[in-house]
Design a protein around this ligand. Sequence first.
Ligand SMILES: [Zn+2]
Length: 227
Amino acid sequence: MAWEAMVLLSGPRRKVLFARPERSGHPRESRSSGTVPRQRRRPFMWVKDRVKISVRTTPSNRNLAQLKAVSMTDADYMRLAIQAAWQGLEKGEMPFGACIIGKGQVVAVAHNSAKANVDTTAHAEVQAIREATRRVHALELTGCAIYSTCEPCPMCFTACVWARLGKIVYACRIDDAERAGIRQVPISSARMNQLGQSGVVLVGDLLREDSLKLFEAWRRGETRPPS
Ligand SMILES: [Zn+2]
């Protein structure tokens, strides 16, 4: 059976994240003709040991089990988000980054892209959700967690709820962003969680000091981390 696979990154370091059998038949035509039962396209599934993937892989990432063996920590995920924020800052974006993790795997990494997209809603968390839902071809990211360099604004918190992200880990607090001179709607995620009875698990202050360097650099007009 031929398989499609979704990969993260390109080149030799890319990782296979999801796979599904290649589409066969034409579901819409089948449905309209009424002669052939409608075929639903199987959703992407997490790559299992035994699944043969028809994309190039490296010895270290042939399957999910191996990837799990080299599991990353919460701090590692946050560093990915911080790294993305620095990349965004270098491009002239606001200093925010986020990544989404599912089953120990990195599903999406993004930075604020408001300027590039001419879209004021293109916050890092929203961009990561957009990327992740595209990758998994699903509206909901149940079981996934988001790591953000700053406590999500109310818009992003709500986006996380709509995406059914069960856990939000953040570094800086909204107050930190305000103090740095970044306009905010200063409603904490804890308050949003309480008001909406959302039941999201919140973890704050992870690598807060590292993330604060982003705000300091932004204030000084710098775009690179201090050496
Ligand atoms: Zn936001």
